[in-house]
Design a protein around this ligand. Structure first.
Ligand code: PEP
Ligand code: MG
Length: 589
């Protein structure tokens, strides 16, 4: 029995497929000084191709898994633009007359060795990213084929020294029963991605195995406990097989809930909607029983293209989404770029603090042309379904009034064009900035609904960058300050008689359910993968008990106490540390 690190939940049993590692050994090829320009062109061509490829993988992965996980590939794109990395490569070519691939290999080795020396998991993870990107670039410079995985054989457990995000993005969960890696840990990008894909993963086996695992070896693995068994005996095989079957059954049972209403044991009804960023994600949300769309992140319509989408292009998508959800509601959020989200064709300024900078509604109000195009498309779609508009990142009453004034202008223009739309389309705002919470009573006079965006609210209340892995341990959605902010928002909405819902990922954490029941929030919107799990929890919850538990949570001094108590209430304390966005129904207990 080998003890590794349980990095993605679930058990697997099957034969190993050992991934050959991408270790290049290259001859020290030199270039003639007169051919330097040509060598640089070869390098740039390789970089361009690599970027295109990463963009493609990112897009595919985003559609299958979601925006948070796919942003890992932004880090890869950034490496190809990194001035230090690139000038190292250029310097080797220019000063030592080495071939582009030799320069790339030497630069990778240099940076990887440097990061590996640091005693910091986060930095070590950057070394994996550099190697991944560097290998991709080498592959193009050398014209080498991709390492291919078997896909026409029996399902297998993939064994690798380390698995890069690009390799993982290509895996087909149908064939890959589980993953075992020698390197890595819980926070590595590959582990995050494996959790999102629902593939069990055990990491960190380096130096723990006497004989290397060979392709064809029988393996049993448990992604919860981190245990791997090489050549398990018949009894262990039976045990793992029956545990896996049980997991599969649970997954199938959960899927049966798609058409069941989300109602607590004592009759409190919840509306569970989906957060989507594409029509493909809507399909997944509907498959998992979403009651409409509580958050349509429209910025993804603007990405992976070379220019802004036209009004008609946007209209077609909004209309399709509105029609697909039938009579249910679709909350379309206006463009929320800036911060961590960028468009290739729209140059945002270099900023010291992009999350506090030019983003979301601030851009829309500055670029009225873009804003009006989008509002016009949304209004036109409102004729075909139950559409609501939502403005992101609101921090003042003036912003709402300004946004509403633009909306009125667009309505007038549609009237002049004789185009039908819902004249009383509901307009709401995201509550995700502390200022908005503090003036929620004033904002409530301007809008029809609030939707609490806990992802940003947590980062702004706690001053913890949601993208910074180094301080990820400080990102506490159950911090008393966050809970108080949520409660204040609900109280303001209630006094003003407007709707309030939650669309941040806290809603996807089934432990949070008692909080919503206590606060009287019945509309929750979350990533599609979380819907069935939260519904299952709802069906098994007595609202009266949940409320008692939640009341105590509003009195605790620390997030840890709240997490413990809510985890215990949900019977989930061992899984409590897994981030909610990273769980698929497969991993539901
Ligand atoms: C939020 O901030 O909670 C939210 C739902 O929006 P996004 O994650 O797109 O910033
Ligand atoms: Mg947000």
């Amino acid at each position: 029995m080998i003890q590794g690190i349980g990095a993605a939940a679930g058990v697997a049993i099957g034969k190993a497929f050992v991934l050959p590692s991408w270790e290049w050994s290259l001859p020290d090829t030199q270039v003639n000084p007169v051919d330097l320009a040509q060598e640089f062109e070869r390098l740039y061509e390789g970089i361009r191709t690599s970027k295109d490829e990463i963009e493609f993988i990112k897009k595919e992965f985003r559609e299958v898994v979601g925006p948070e996980e796919s942003s890992i590939f932004d880090a890869h794109l950034a490496i190809l633009d990194d001035p230090v990395f690139m000038s190292e490569i250029r310097g080797i070519i220019e000063r030592q007359y080495k071939a582009a691939e030799v320069a790339v290999k030497e630069a990778i080795d240099h940076f990887v060795a440097m990061f590996d020396l640091l005693d910091d998991e986060y930095m070590k993870e950057r070394a994996v990213d550099i190697k991944d990107v560097g290998n991709r670039l080498l592959k193009h410079l050398l014209g080498a084929p991709e390492v291919t995985l078997p896909s026409d054989t029996q399902p297998y457990i993939l064994v690798a020294k380390e698995l890069s995000p690009s390799q993982l993005a290509h895996l087909n969960p149908v064939y890959v029963l589980g993953i075992v890696t020698m390197m890595g840990g819980k926070t590595s990008h590959s582990s995050i991605m494996a959790r999102a894909l629902g593939i069990p993963l055990v990491a960190g086996l380096e130096n723990k195995i006497a004989n290397p695992i060979q392709t064809g070896d029988m393996l049993a693995m448990d992604g919860d406990t981190g245990i791997v068994q090489l050549h398990p005996d018949e009894a262990a095989i039976q045990l793992y097989a029956s545990r896996r079957e049980k997991q599969q059954r649970k997954k199938e049972q959960l899927e049966l809930l798609a058409t069941v209403e989300a109602v607590t044991k004592d009759g409190v009804n919840l509306h569970l909607a989906g957060n989507i960023s594409s029509v493909k994600e809507l399909d997944m949300a509907l498959k998992y029983g979403a009651e409409g769309v509580g958050l349509f992140r429209t910025e993804f319509l603007y990405m992976d293209r070379h220019s802004f989408p036209t009004e008609d292009e946007q209209f077609e998508v909004y209309k399709l989404v509105a029609e697909k959800v039938g009579g249910s509601t679709v909350v379309i959020r206006t463009l929320d770029i800036g911060g961590d989200k960028h468009l290739d064709y729209f140059q945002l300024p270099e900023e010291q603090n992009p999350f506090l900078g030019y983003r979301a509604i601030r851009i829309s109000l500055d670029r009225k042309d873009l804003f009006k195009t989008q509002l016009s498309a949304i209004l036109r779609a409102s004729h075909y379904g139950n559409v609501k508009i939502m403005f992101p990142m609101i921090s003042s009453v003036e912003e709402v009034q300004a946004a509403n004034a633009v909306l009125n202008e667009v309505k007038q223009e549609l009237d002049e064009r004789d185009i039908p739309y819902n004249r009383s389309i509901p307009v709401g705002i995201m509550i995700e900035v502390p200022a908005a919470v503090m003036i929620a009573d004033l904002l409530a006079e301007e809008v029809d609904f609030f939707s609490i965006g806990t992802n940003d609210l947590v980062q702004y209340v706690l001053a913890v960058d949601r993208m910074n892995e180094q301080i990820a341990h400080m990102y506490h959605p159950y911090h008393p300050a966050v809970l108080r902010m949520i409660r204040m928002t609900v109280q303001a909405a209630r006094s003003a008689g407007i709707d309030v819902s939650v669309c941040g990922e806290l809603a996807a954490d089934e432990r949070s359910l008692p909080l919503w029941l206590e606060l009287g929030i019945s509309n929750l919107s979350m990533s599609p993968q979380a819907l069935l799990r939260v519904k299952h929890r709802t069906l098994n919850t007595l609202a009266s008990d949940a409320r008692e538990t939640a009341k105590a949570c509003f009195r605790y001094k620390t997030s840890l106490e709240t997490e413990e108590v809510l985890g215990a209430f949900a019977g989930l304390n061992s899984a409590a540390k897994t981030a909610p966005t990273e769980q698929l129904p497969y991993s539901a207990k």
